[in-house]
Design a binder for this molecule. Sequence first.
Ligand code: IVH
Length: 262
Amino acid sequence: KLLGGFKKINHHLPMLSLSNALNENDFSSFYEKILEKNNSTNINLYAEPKFDGLAISIDYKGGEYFSASTRGDGSIGEDVTSNLRTIKSIPLRLHASSQNNIPALLEIRGEVLMLKEDFRELNQKQRKKNEKVFVNPRNAAAGSLRQLDPKITATRRLTFFAYGIGDFRGEGIPRDTHSNVMKYIAAHGLPIAKECDLVCSSAGLLAYYKKIEDSREQLPYDIDGVVYKVNDIAQQEKLGFISRAPRFALAHKFPAQEVITE
Ligand code: IVH
């Protein structure tokens, strides 16, 4: 929901949602559909963690950090440019080398979150000061980012992971595969999760799901599943969209975590 008090920013391209798979049946119907629509028996998918944070869009113009906004209603978000500027992992200028042309516009899509360790530290500090403690890292990240005073955001340790691009203008931006887009993003200085992987079969995707689920506790950040994206962009375009979600991607969710309350 859009908060009052923030200026609004129109996203160049809408920020979409993901269809969810809550069990193996949902997963199988997604996988079968993408094979069927592409008339193929084998399709490469890019698998990523599903970060449990806040969706963010960042505009780089001429390589410089220009603006940042929350997802909002998908078309219009809240202007959090000053707040996001305080996050150290977000470069204020895209890294360039002779191979990396700087694009006129690059809309980076990703997630802001708070690492589990930073969350524990923040709550300790809050308790000492007799101030509000946060229920989980996601709430702490949201509360820290959606501050009208960016000085408060600057005192909280937030992290960013990029997972794709929205709009762009200029040369050199890969249009062949999502894995090349991710390499391009990383080469320009934006953090991407090291757990990302290219997988080529239904069994491979389920093995990825299991591997990430098994390492969930050890990851430094909270996730609530994994995301699969058809790697070939031409194949993605063939698949198209269903309401506000692309048919070429799926969020395969983990069962809700059980905790014991007092
Ligand atoms: S891709 C067109 N990749 O999930 C698809 N989203 O319902 C655009 N999310 O709030 C999203 N991790 O911020 C994508 N690796 C990931 C993600 C991811 C978390 C969030 C996203 C949005 C929700 C989509």
